[in-house]
Design a protein around this ligand. Structure first.
Ligand SMILES: [Zn+2]
Ligand SMILES: [Zn+2]
Length: 267
């Protein structure tokens, strides 16, 4: 592993460490590049923000913190400014503004809503019905189609509670993989799932994500993939858990991409 674009920051209030702490760890691990991508602030979301994402008032500090280490360590490692963002239709000005301040976006669709003004939200960790997983599909496909996102984080999050990989789960996987392929968006094999629970599935015991059934679909459709550690502590950037996930990831035979193509071009 030479790059990690899915890296958090203490500002989200459930991670530890500053941008510098993660950059130092990346240098220690011999990485060529690291992108900091903390949970975006979003003034339009109705839920209590504390504990889940940085505050809007912390954004300037965040951008400055990453910019400072980008400059300080520029001879040793490439540092990028990112954000992990949920997509909701109708807020294009907001996304375009946030993109103008950063190098890239990761789609982390932790919430979906079935009304347009996002007053009623569902956690993507708790989807239970066919209708809900198809709604998740609609959000993710629409987000991919906007062109705002370079990576889809843990794309199979819809299987967290809806654990049976049935015909509907298959359709969701196919739609996401096809959209990602068509728009050259990378699907993330999220190694942080290896720190979560294991579940019993029809093909045996596995982590709640990544899910083998999902990645088989990605392989068949031929969408590009990337490995991320989604670390919330600096020492989790590339520890033995991530190294195990890396081995499993390579064994899947997916199309692997190490660098975000648009950032590679700008170098
Ligand atoms: Zn987080
Ligand atoms: Zn994350």
């Amino acid at each position: 592993m030479n790059y990690n674009y899915h890296t958090h920051h203490e500002l989200c209030q459930h991670a530890e460490g500053t941008a510098e702490d993660y950059v130092k760890e990346a240098i220690k691990q011999g990485f060529k590049g690291i992108g900091i991508s903390d949970h975006t602030p979003n003034p339009y979301l109705p839920m209590p923000e504390r504990g889940w994402r940085m505050q809007m008032s912390d954004l300037a500090y965040y951008l400055d913190d990453v910019r400072t280490v980008k400059e300080r360590y520029k001879d040793r490692i490439k540092v990028y400014t990112g954000l992990e963002v949920e997509y909701f239709p109708g807020y294009d000005q907001f996304y375009q503004h946030m993109l103008s301040e950063t190098d890239y976006f990761i789609l982390g669709q932790h919430y979906i809503s079935d009304d347009d003004d996002i007053k009623k939200m569902y956690s993507a960790f708790g989807l239970k019905t066919k209708e809900q997983i198809h709604l998740y599909k609609k959000y993710v496909v629409e987000a991919i189609n906007t062109g705002y996102f370079d990576i889809v984080a843990h794309p199979e999050l819809y299987l967290f509670s809806y654990q049976t990989f049935d015909q509907d789960a298959l359709e969701v996987a196919e739609a996401i993989a096809k959209a990602a392929k068509a728009h050259n968006v990378l699907l993330e094999y999220n190694a942080n799932g290896y720190r979560k629970k294991m579940i019993e599935t029809s093909i045996g015991k596995q982590y709640v994500y990544p899910r083998k059934e999902f990645w088989e679909v990605v392989k068949r459709i031929g969408a590009k993939t990337i490995l991320s550690s989604d670390c919330h502590q600096p020492e989790f950037l590339y520890d033995e858990v991530i190294q195990q996930a890396e081995k499993d990831y390579h064994a899947l035979g997916l199309i692997e991409v190490e660098q975000i193509p648009s950032l590679e071009k700008s170098e």
